[in-house]
Design a protein around this ligand. Structure first.
Ligand code: TYM
Length: 335
């Protein structure tokens, strides 16, 4: 029998607010599926990344706990998967510091997310925002992840993690697994409903452009009915129709229908039929998860036990990598 170790998958999610439909379709839903496909999966909430932008302490706590409960409600199976909170595992900032010293200023300056966020938060361009990719590289490399599933916006960060891993391996000897990104074919970039040239984002000032996974049915319906489309009034997939294209991709992700099938379904019908149909699909998809989420949130003791045990499991793996790295770099051992 072939003796192959299962491939390891790691991904993380910022807990700066309630997850968006973009997070859900572009990331969460696909990622959880990997636990049933023979991979060893690790997922975490990136709360250390969250503070690169100023957070209200009470909100950060609330959103982190809710995000933990939401992913459990989606079906993360803790028998198979390690699911933890980044700030509970001290090896993340520990390795991040070391990796800072193996990453160039020029490389970090080229990161598009840094440029975007620096523009958005011009009054708080802190060092953490700049070195964010080193922390993300640490997240990935600590666990020797083979694959990192992410939405298209995070691809550049996985690439820099690869570069850092290769550089360190080259300077010393093979230490880190060089990770590969996995980007979904559909849903990799869910766009704002109000400005379909921008990705749907929690930090989107325009709330009507962003569906939160905890929005109630009426809110979801209202936001979809107000979605920006065009004056052609025809459900057709085209780069020139970014609003309709985005709605079609959302609909396709949830129903599994191809673009041709969707075009046929709405032939001769206008956006007055199409938009509520997309909203209904989203509502139907989220409803059972929202119900489970409410139940899980009732049991804070259960939640606490889960994230504590999982941080211990993650830390045991992360510790092995940090010990190896420290030895190679030349730190004097404690004992
Ligand atoms: P974050 O928290 O912004 O997003 C979490 C995941 O959701 C994806 N995503 C989207 N996909 C499609 N359409 C959208 N509109 C959309 N918005 C977000 C993201 O691509 C991501 O996969 N830096 C990361 C978090 C992180 C991480 C890591 C990821 C920290 N450490 C290690 C992977 C590995 C971030 O801010 O994602």
């Amino acid at each position: 029998m072939e003796n192959t170790k299962p491939k390891r998958i790691l991904s993380m999610y910022q807990s700066t607010g309630t997850f968006t439909l973009g997070n859900y379709l572009g990331a969460l839903r696909n990622h959880i599926g990997f636990q049933n496909e023979g991979y060893e999966c690790l997922y975490a909430l990136a709360d250390l990344h969250a503070i690169t932008v100023r957070q209200e302490p009470a909100n950060l706590r609330k959103y982190t706990l809710e995000a933990y409960a939401f992913l459990l409600a989606m079906g993360i199976d803790l028998e198979k998967t390690i699911f933890f909170i980044q700030s509970h595992v001290p090896q993340h900032p520990q390795l991040a510091w070391i990796l800072n010293c193996y990453t160039q200023f020029g490389e970090l300056s080229r990161m598009t997310q840094f440029k975007d966020k620096a523009q958005k938060h011009a009054d708080n361009i802190n060092a953490g925002l700049f070195t964010y990719p080193c922390l993300m590289a640490a997240d990935i490399l600590l666990y020797q992840a083979d694959f990192v599933p992410v939405g298209a916006d995070q691809k550049q960060h996985v690439e820099i993690a690869r570069d850092i891993a290769e550089r360190f391996n080259g300077l010393y000897s093979p230490t880190f697994t060089v990770p590969e990104p996995i980007i979904p074919q559909h849903g990799a970039r869910v766009m704002s409903l109000q400005d379909p040239t921008k990705k749907m984002s929690k930090s989107d000032g325009n709330n009507n452009g962003c569906i939160s996974v905890l929005d109630d049915a009426d809110t979801i319906m209202r936001k979809f009915k107000r979605a920006i489309t065009d004056s052609e009034a025809c459900v057709r997939y085209s780069e020139e129709k970014p609003g309709v294209k985005n709605l079609m991709e959302i609909y396709s992700c949830i129903t599994g229908k191809t673009m041709e099938e969707i075009q046929r379904e709405f032939e001769g019908k206008g956006y007055g039929d199409f938009k509520p149909a997309v909203a209904e699909a989203v509502i139907g998809e989220l409803r059972p998860i929202q119900e489970r989420f409410q139940e899980i949130m009732q049991d804070k003791e259960y939640l606490r036990r889960c994230y504590k045990e999982n941080a211990e499991k993650a830390s045991a793996i992360a510790h092995r990598t940090v010990a190896k790295v420290m030895k190679k770099v030349g730190f004097l051992p404690e004992d």
